[in-house]
Design a protein around this ligand. Structure first.
Ligand SMILES: [Zn+2]
Length: 288
């Protein structure tokens, strides 16, 4: 554990919120691309969000009764462009992007895994597009669920955030991991991970034979959802579908030895999944 992580850990133990600051960054190379995990926030999480988690499982995997609830955004530097995946709260995000040598105004695309507040908080500043030169990309299914004026769960915050980008909003249709993979940009492939929300999307980064899967909110509480992927959380719009998707994508990533990362994995939150003979998975951090 690095000094920085130890400092974060002690803050967490004290039960207060650690706000990400410039420098809370983990960079992983994928061929000619660089993917950076940018920490937006880490705090002690409430295990009350777990669905159908037996007490014995909670005791086994989370003996302290809490977990690190972290929020991450990502910057992908490809040889041709800078792409942001989710925007966290927009707290440390802009300083972190600048510290990696990228001017937020030069970011070409913002890809959204879904439209919950902790993923779109940095899209706008004072009603204006925070990424002045970017187009926002999201699954059509996600836009259709939250944005129509008569939507059952109309998301006004999401609508305002997208409105700041005017016509620079594009929808895509994410593919299945079992189908032929279709790129959105060279080396970037949106994958259907529906369940957490109706258009929830994971992004596979692929370059020169190497890969990294940014799986969005497939997992909120890694301590228990990785060993026991049957457990969903109350934030999942469709917990049963989220469970099926989690198991399908875990299986695919583990079999293909694709490193994974996500918006709520605690640092160091880039690693490899391995299936256990008795069911469930382990997560081993990787670096390069
Ligand atoms: Zn989230």
């Amino acid at each position: 554990m690095s000094l920085k992580n130890m400092a974060m850990f002690s803050v967490l133990m004290a039960g207060s919120i650690f706000n990400g600051s410039a420098g809370d960054i983990l960079t992983y190379k994928v061929g000619r691309c660089e993917v950076s995990l940018l920490v937006e926030r880490a705090a002690a999480g409430n295990i009350g969000i777990l669905i159908d988690a037996a007490d014995e499982l909670k005791k086994k995997y989370m003996p302290s009764g809490t977990y690190t609830s972290q929020v991450n955004a990502f910057l992908i530097k490809t040889p041709d462009r800078a792409i942001v995946v989710d925007t966290g709260f927009g707290s440390a995000l802009f300083d972190n992007i600048r510290s990696l040598g990228v001017d937020p105004a030069k970011v070409e695309a913002v890809l959204l895994t879904h439209m919950h507040g902790d993923h779109i908080g940095g899209l706008q500043k004072d009603g204006k597009a925070a990424f002045a030169g970017a187009t926002v990309y999201l699954a059509g299914q996600e836009k259709d669920y939250w944005l129509p004026p008569n939507a059952k769960y109309r998301n006004d915050g999401a609508a305002a955030a997208l409105a700041a980008y005017g016509p620079r909003v594009q929808v895509f249709n994410p593919g299945e991991v079992t189908a032929r993979l279709q790129e959105l940009f060279p080396g970037i492939i949106p994958l259907a991970a529906f369940g957490h929300t109706p258009g929830h999307t994971a992004f596979l980064v692929r370059s020169e034979g190497q890969s990294l899967l940014i799986w969005g909110d497939l997992v909120h509480v890694m301590d228990i959802q990785i060993p026991v992927p049957d457990i969903s959380v109350t934030y999942d719009v469709d917990p049963a579908a989220a469970r099926v998707t989690r198991k399908k994508i875990f299986d695919w990533a583990a079999k293909n030895k694709i490193p994974v990362t996500g918006m709520h994995l605690a640092s160091p939150g880039i690693g490899l999944l391995e299936a256990l003979p008795a069911g469930g998975y382990t997560f081993t951090p990787v670096k390069n």
